[in-house]
Design a protein around this ligand. Sequence first.
Ligand SMILES: [Zn+2]
Length: 329
Amino acid sequence: MPRNPNAEPKPFVLVEIPKEAPDPRPVATHEKFAGLTGRLEISFTVVSEYLFVGSGSYEFDPNHRNQRPDVWYTFYRRNGQLCVPGTSLKGAIRAIVEAISNSCVSQRHRRENLRSSHHQPCRFRDIGSRLCPACRLFGTTGYRGRVHFTDFLPQGEIKPEIVKIGELWEPKRYDPTKRRFYERKTFQPVGSLAPQQGFRFVEAVQKDSKFHGALLFENLSEAELGLLLHALGWEPEANGYRTAFTPKLGGAKPRCFGSVEFRPVRLRLWSGGVKGLLAPREVQGKDLLPLLSRYLQVCRDSRLLHEPSCAALKEGLKPKSERCPREVY
Ligand SMILES: [Zn+2]
């Protein structure tokens, strides 16, 4: 029974946790130089109405006579410049990798009442430990991952805006058989910028804002790099890729913030040459697309990609014309 019969529909995408157990394998060590090591430069464009990546602090303007925002949560900055920190991207992309590769469920609030005994978080004891695909890539306690993101900086001038949104409430109950993402619907403005109980203000960047940064990786197989590319929302197309879905970053996702579309810019690979010397190889432009297509396809063929979960996420993240809930749901 819904608590409130007039409640607006919940903006969730639910992806079933597969019945089959994850396929844990031994980890790749950092000492040995094997596989793909390098950096993929990427950019993203905000495709929802807003993106908000909080800094954890706020600013205030008390002399407003209740006409203007009095307190607002500020956007993250590095040396005074707006920035989306690499940790924010890593968290978002990891959650997608976990879902589309049938990995363990690493987030605490979901694991507390997780029904599948197969999907409990991996434990790393020693180098002989076997980990799920996501933990092998991103790490777990005791095992440093092989994937990182740089901080992403604005491309061109970006002017943030103070936006009023309904307070955010985490649902009390989680469905223990599903992973939860947020839909891509239309943001509903809430009217005047006057302070009001049950609402908050956030400093957000607008649709079409662009950021640029890189994905850093070491000792990956082609399938593993392909898995990361799938998690950026891409799928293989003849000699290239196409956007299958747009991942979400940052906060206020329940208010339909944070959808971004990723684009590849340049790939730099370090390959082992004679006597272990490393030689960089840079690939960009039309040479880059067939290579990305290959990694995406190898990932599919290797079954590292859990196709039904990926299809469910793609379907659920399609843009919808409905409005996002404005208030508590
Ligand atoms: Zn794991």
